[in-house]
Design a binder for this molecule. Structure first.
Ligand SMILES: *Cc1c(COP(=O)(O)O)cnc(C)c1O
Length: 355
């Protein structure tokens, strides 16, 4: 077994993978693969219903919100959000906390005025900007809850006079959130919720129908809601595996229990990084992510040989993003604390060898 610290597509629970593999051959004993039955069959409709139900249950989604499983990844949401919410004469406020936020705001510029109310670009996004005023005349405020590349996480969401749209691709279901504080939440599944191929969107219904433009059907939230995420053929396998993963989250005691575990996991790892003389963390302490732990070496020349040691120990996926360098340990829900201890041991062994 490998210790999978990859940033995405990320680790999935082993039992989920086994169930998914079985369903590809014979889905629930019906003598057909999940991949060769109609998406309108009662069997698949039950899968989609269960997935939506689990999202609502795990996140305590209040009345007045719709839960969608769409395609095109979080990157399609970068455009779909302003397409549906930003009037052509209006503006939207964006906090630029990383490259994903930057991509989101660039897409919004196709549809209306974009007010970048804060950025940490000058510091290579090593912290989350907090000092800003939210313009009350903007259509929405766009935030990124966890900056996957840099390892920063928004631990306290700002009080906002306007609807908050949040990209939660890399920390959805990792900690408790209050859905009522948001207008739209979206997340590509492949970091912490399931395989690549579907995107979870939770949208407050009353925000829709206000854009002064025609919207293509596939990019229109209202059309997708009316079609129950089945305006066209949905990504059946990605939705099925997401459903299994959400069931696994529930079996683990839900988000509250996993959030505690995630805190414990990141805590021991940051503790080792701070203690070990060879390594140092790169982000502002108060913004450290519980999902992606980024760190570098005091002596970058040793990085290659540490990666080699990791490889020998079955630790995979910890090479940092090219824009940050060093290492990034992504410690999503499915990664057990045992794997963190294996990484910590490797760090200690390496420090001992390189005294
Ligand atoms: C990975 C990631 C994205 C891009 O997701 P896609 O599904 O590949 O489009 C967007 N935002 C964040 C925060 C991410 O981590």
């Amino acid at each position: 077994m490998k210790h999978n610290f990859g940033a995405g597509p990320g680790i999935l629970p082993h039992e989920v993978l086994k169930q998914a593999a079985a369903a590809v051959v014979d889905f629930n004993g019906i003598g057909l693969s999940l991949l060769e039955i109609s998406h309108r069959s009662p069997e698949f409709e039950a899968v989609l219903d269960e997935a939506v139900k689990l999202v609502k249950e795990l996140l305590a989604v209040p009345e007045g919100y719709s839960v969608l499983f769409l395609q095109g990844g979080a990157s399609t949401q970068f455009a779909m959000v302003p397409y549906n919410l930003l009037p052509s004469t209006g503006k939207a406020a964006y906090v630029e906390s990383g490259v994903w936020a930057n991509k989101a705001l660039k897409e919004a510029k196709f549809f209306g005025e974009v007010d970048v109310i804060a950025t940490s670009k000058e510091a290579n996004f090593t912290y989350i900007p907090k000092d800003y005023t939210i313009p009350s005349d903007a259509a929405y405020l766009h935030l990124t809850s966890n900056n996957t590349i840099y390892g920063t996480q928004l631990h306290k969401f700002p009080a906002s006079p306007i609807p908050v749209v949040c990209d939660m691709s890399s920390d959805i279901f990792s900690r408790e959130i209050n859905v009522a504080d948001f207008g739209i939440i979206y997340a590509g599944a492949q970091k912490n919720m399931g395989p690549a191929g579907t995107t979870l969107v939770i949208v407050k219904d009353e925000l829709l129908g206000k854009a002064d433009r025609k919207i293509p059907a596939m990019l229109n939230y209202q059309v997708q809601i009316e079609g129950g995420s089945m305006y066209n053929t949905p990504p059946v396998f990605a939705i099925y595996v997401s459903m299994l993963t959400l069931n696994w989250v529930k079996s683990k005691g839900g988000i509250e229990a996993l959030a505690k575990e995630n805190k414990a996991k990141s805590h021991v790892l940051y503790e080792e990084i701070d203690r070990n003389p060879l390594f140092k963390a790169v982000c502002a302490v108060e913004d450290r992510s519980d999902m992606n732990v980024c760190f570098v070496m005091e002596n970058p020349e040793l990085e290659k040989s540490f990666l080699k040691l990791c490889d020998e120990k079955g630790i995979v996926g910890i090479k940092g993003h090219r824009s940050v360098g060093g290492f990034r340990a992504s410690i999503y829900n499915a990664l057990s604390i045992t794997s963190i201890y294996v990484l910590i041991e490797a760090m200690q062994e390496f420090a001992e060898k390189n005294k």
